[in-house]
Ligand binder design. Structure first.
Ligand SMILES: Nc1nc2c(ncn2[C@@H]2O[C@H](COP(=O)(O)OP(=O)(O)OP(=O)(O)O)[C@@H](O)[C@H]2O)c(=O)[nH]1
Ligand SMILES: [Mg+2]
Length: 643
């Protein structure tokens, strides 16, 4: 199986890029009528170059300065660059600008073609070659071969192919199993094929997609839809699957073609997430010589997307040419990116390339400028160490937590690396795994500690407010937390505190493990018996002194025991006796119902209504007056005005 890679052209207008691609592949990439008429390339074109061991998907880009935006859409994700310089024109502005863009996009391999060699003599060729060497001295092309070619005479074409194969061989393989990577394709074209519907094309940036797959389709308004891959092509040939390094045509089932555009992306479900704010490492281009100021309006090119926005420099006021800064980009439309993804910034009027850099947070919220603690975490996201990056990404995930699948996007960790790394982080206590219903969520250990602290603090407060209650209602504890987030996560943190023996309790009630309850175990057993006796006795309850014998050695604690039963909402104090909480509620219900629409009731009538004795009826009536259920009217009780 030949290895698939993407080859992209670059270079000034009219320097012979399209002609050279035709000489290499036989394909004329200028397919638009306007391109034919004007003799220039306007939008990107595609061809395929078979080099035996390698199969290169060729993206031919326009050189015109007005179409740099299209060049950028084509240059995204190329593995090998073919920089074209005409021997009769030498290095020109877009030679430099395209080279700079390739550098910013992180292209590592390439070959230089000195085109139209038939038009100049040997001396001119040598002079131009020297100029080229000088231009690329500070770039990935510093040691690249310069091959003199002519499409008229055929000079150098075979040599160029051989050099391209050598450059392709130097493109590093993904170490781990690349087919486990999430699929990702930035859309660069969308059109309709009669009888087939909407087709989009793009270079596969990672992973594999097969016919029948369901993918996420991300749109610039930040929405995402699930689509089904109806069929696939590679350079027009139907295929069952497409993989990284290939050009792909994806036929989307049931998608209207006018809603599909360049800049949108297809990916494995759940892999990408849209954001209008990115945190980035931003460099101002040295070669193109312009400072980037705080709040500068910019045009972001990332993937095949082009979005207007504003720069916020996080630790300085301007970035001079050749320097870098941490920054945030605030965008007018959503983009889908991943950690480490390269981008290019141009000025808002699309005349100059200003610089570019790498995404550090693909989904970000506003970071306060010069906020040292946060900036230190952002710096960690630039670390070479996977562990440091995951740690920082986990911290930024705040209380929402994260899953292993999020780490590709957030920290540049592939699925094959994630498992082992997370095992280490869990074992060393840097990350905590929480079991939520139906899913596991990982939480940064510091964030987890913060939540635990808040839960323990609230409970400490509740214990102090009510030192008699042995436990507190779990829902009430959580309701008092200053926490906006996933309720299920809080429950999981609470469960973990119980498992870790820092809380006691169950799914309903909790207490701090270090809280000393007022009652001993025996006293609590006695309390249960007292409550039980009150429940059975209804409206004619026993009195505390009736329990002195039963209490024996605990007789002195009877006052506390009753107080705890009241604090726990089990008994209600009426006078020198108590009712069970159920009897008290039933009593209020019966009296209210009886008095409603009646002229009033005497104590004797209320006594009979409750089936109790005068000894209890009088204090009960006074309790009802006191608590605002009834009021006196001579000898009668009537409903209180407020009832
Ligand atoms: N004599 C000579 N002319 C060439 C050669 N290669 C290209 N040309 C001519 O140069 C002109 C521009 O060639 P293109 O291939 O369209 O140039 P390009 O770089 O694709 O131009 P843009 O895409 O618009 O930037 C055409 O008229 C070609 O015929 C060559 O090797 N020798
Ligand atoms: Mg062209």
């Amino acid at each position: 199986m030949p290895r698939d890679l993407i080859l992209g052209t670059a270079g000034h207008i009219d320097h012979g890029k399209t002609s050279l691609v035709k000489a290499l592949t036989g394909t004329d990439c200028d397919r638009l009528p306007d391109e034919k008429r004007r003799g220039i390339t306007i939008d990107i074109g595609f061809a395929q170059l078979d080099l035996g061991e390698f199969r290169l998907g060729v993206v031919d880009v326009p050189g015109h300065e007005r179409f740099v935006k299209n060049m950028l859409a084509g240059a995204t994700g190329i593995d090998v660059a073919l920089l074209v310089v005409a021997a009769d024109d030498s290095v020109m502005p877009q030679t430099r600008e395209h080279l700079e863009i390739l550098k910013l996009l992180g292209v590592r391999q390439g070959v230089i073609a000195l085109t139209k060699a038939d038009l100049v003599d040997d001396t001119t060729r040598e002079v131009v070659a020297l100029e080229i060497r000088e231009t690329v001295a500070d770039s990935f092309l510093r040691d690249a071969s310069i091959v003199a070619v002519s499409v008229l005479t055929g000079l150098g074409i075979d040599t160029l192919k051989a050099e391209l194969a050598l450059a392709a061989a130097r493109v590093p393989h993904r170490e781990a199993d690349a087919s486990a990577d999430p699929f990702r394709l930035a859309i660069d074209r969308a059109f309709v094929i009669q009888g087939h519907g909407t087709v989009v094309t793009g270079s596969v940036a990672s992973g594999v997609s097969r016919v029948g797959d369901e993918l996420d389709w991300h749109k610039e308004d930040g929405t995402v839809e699930t689509i089904r891959v109806r069929s696939l092509t590679n350079h027009g040939v139907p295929v069952e699957e497409v993989h990284r390094g290939q050009r792909a045509g994806v036929n989307l089932a049931g998608v209207p073609h006018d809603s599909v555009r360049r800049g949108q992306e297809l990916c494995t479900q759940g892999f990408l997430a849209p954001s209008r704010v990115l945190t980035v490492h931003l460099s101002a281009s040295r070669e193109l010589g312009r400072a980037i100021k705080h709040r500068l309006p910019i045009r972001l090119h990332v993937g095949t997307a082009e979005v207007l926005g504003t720069v916020s420099l996080l630790d300085c006021d301007h970035v001079e040419p050749g320097e870098w800064s941490l920054a945030q980009l605030f965008l007018e439309a959503a983009v889908t990116t991943v950690w480490g993804q390269a981008f290019v910034l141009r000025d808002s009027s699309a005349e100059h390339t200003l610089g570019g850099g790498r995404v550090l947070q693909a989904v970000a919220t506003k970071i306060r400028r010069r906020h040292t603690e946060t900036l230190e975490r952002v710096e960690q996201l630039q670390s070479e160490s996977l562990e440091a990056r995951v740690k920082a990404a986990a911290w930024f995930a705040e209380f929402a937590g994260f899953t292993p699948g999020d780490l590709g996007r957030a920290a540049g960790v592939s699925p094959s690396e994630a498992g082992e790394l997370l095992a280490i982080l869990r074992a060393t206590g840097k990350v905590v795994e929480l079991a939520l219903p139906g899913r596991a969520v990982l939480l940064d250990a510091e964030r987890n500690a913060e939540l635990e602290g808040r839960i323990l603090d609230v409970l400490a407060l509740m214990h102090a407010e009510n030192s008699l209650a042995t436990t507190h209602d779990r829902a009430k504890v959580l309701a008092r937390l200053e926490y906006v987030g996933d309720e299920a996560l809080l429950q999981a943190v609470t469960d973990r505190l119980i498992r870790g023996k820092r809380l006691t309790g169950d799914s309903r009630r909790v207490a701090r493990a270090d809280f000393k309850p007022k009652l001993s175990v025996n006293q609590r057993k006695l309390k249960d018996k007292i409550v039980e006796a009150h429940t059975v006795a209804g409206f004619a309850p026993p009195e505390p002194k009736d329990f002195v014998n039963l209490a024996a050695g605990n007789a002195g604690a009877l006052g506390d025991i009753f107080a705890v039963a009241v604090a726990e909402g089990l008994l209600v104090k009426i006078a020198d006796f108590y009712l069970s909480v159920e009897a008290e509620a039933e009593m209020r219900r019966r009296v209210t119902e009886h008095l409603r629409g009646s002229a009033g009731a005497t104590v004797a009538e209320i006594r009979d209504l409750l089936g109790t004795t005068r000894k209890f009826a009088i204090p009960i009536c006074e309790y009802l007056d006191r608590t605002g259920v009834t009021q006196r009217a001579g000898d009668l009780r009537v409903l209180a005005a407020t009832v």
